[in-house]
Design a protein around this ligand. Structure first.
Ligand SMILES: [Zn+2]
Length: 176
């Protein structure tokens, strides 16, 4: 249980064990605190067999690389979120051409890689294939450097899910 107090009234949360999946419930107002994974969106831009990655500027994974992307905001369309995150981090405006894959960054992924994405956060991530429209390639927001890599050139990646997608791109001959 990640939270102790009700976000609506400040009452104490307890776990309601009567339900199939136990969820925190407020002892004052009855509010059920749903704890669901959030939605992440990532863009895959390939140029001449190389894929665009960004180097993280801060946080626990500072200095490690990842695909450009981020979280979908409340009330934000997932495609719009992917375009917004991509231009914020890379300076490039993009069109989304296809959904490439969808992954959960918890559960079996953790067991398989034996390293954690983030215990405090669980995400369902949608990976989009994208095409450039315009803009100038320049790192922004939480990213300090952007660069295209072939598979063998890729530096240390921040997250297991990103490694899975990178390998899939290589296996399917989408990158060199
Ligand atoms: Zn409450």
């Amino acid at each position: 249980m990640r939270y102790k107090f009700c976000p609506k009234c400040g009452g104490r949360l307890i776990l309601n064990e009567n339900r199939e999946l136990s969820k925190p419930v407020c002892t004052s107002c009855g509010f059920i605190f749903y704890q669901n994974p959030t939605v992440g969106v990532m863009g895959i831009l390939i140029r001449d067999g190389k894929v665009l990655l960004g180097k993280r500027r801060r946080g626990n994974f500072k200095g490690q690389w990842c695909f450009p992307g981020g979280h979908v905001e409340w009330d934000e369309d997932v495609y719009e979120a992917a375009r917004r995150e991509f231009v914020e981090e890379t300076g490039l405006n993009i069109n989304i051409t296809a959904v490439y894959t969808v992954l959960s960054d918890y559960g079996s992924i953790h067991e398989q890689f034996r390293r954690l994405h983030n215990l405090e956060q669980q995400n369902a991530i949608i990976w989009f294939l994208v095409k450039e429209i315009d803009g100038k390639l320049v790192a922004g927001d939480d990213i300090e450097e952007v660069e295209f890599f072939s598979f063998s050139e890729v530096p240390i990646l921040a997250f297991p899910t990103h490694e899975i997608v990178l390998k899939k791109l290589k296996d399917e001959h989408l990158i060199l």
